[in-house]
Design a protein around this ligand. Sequence first.
Ligand code: TYD
Length: 205
Amino acid sequence: MLITIEGIDGTGKSTLLTALKSQLADLDPIFTREPGATWVGEAVRRAIAEQIDPITEASLFVADHAAHLSTLVRPALNKGRLVISDRYSDSRFAYQSVTLKGVVPDPEGWLRAMHDGWSIIPDRTFLLVLSIDDALARLADKSGREHFEKREVLEAVQNNYLAYAWAEPSRFVIVDAALEKEEIVKFVADGIRQILQSSKSHRQP
Ligand code: TYD
């Protein structure tokens, strides 16, 4: 079972993930992330920091995904493990559709084609949604902002995410990131348990 957690910067993904580690410990999940589950992630970080050209950056994100799938996600899923990833392919579709605008004719089509035939679609994706003002206010405390963390970019990225959730309502679960931390953690943890439960009862009718 592959669960992914998505959302723009500043929605509190890291805090949620830390809390889920203890809340879901009994399920023995494998927690992972994109970018950076493999050494390719170091190249991605460097590309972000140096603001290299958008095609190089996007390609490195895809390379990081391929390495992540082959070394970690696919072997874990083959063993029947629960995998929870902090960001995954929807980050690419949502962010790089923005950074590649005007660079390639159809950024989203280009990105989806890059994943076709080998990537694994998550079973469920929890999308943290927050007003852009609140997200920027939370990011204001952070030093060293990445080039993604600008109002226009975050707004466009969140709109992309919402369009994907609208298009695939059975995969996406929208999470109100303005709620109290405890409520968010409970909502997502309970949601993950329910998904596991229903997949078990489907397999053993
Ligand atoms: P992340 O490590 O989640 O952010 P943080 O530095 O706050 O821990 O991701 C780094 C940035 O990379 C974040 O702004 C989102 C962006 N990103 C993409 O643009 N495309 C992608 O495919 C992924 C996985 C992340």
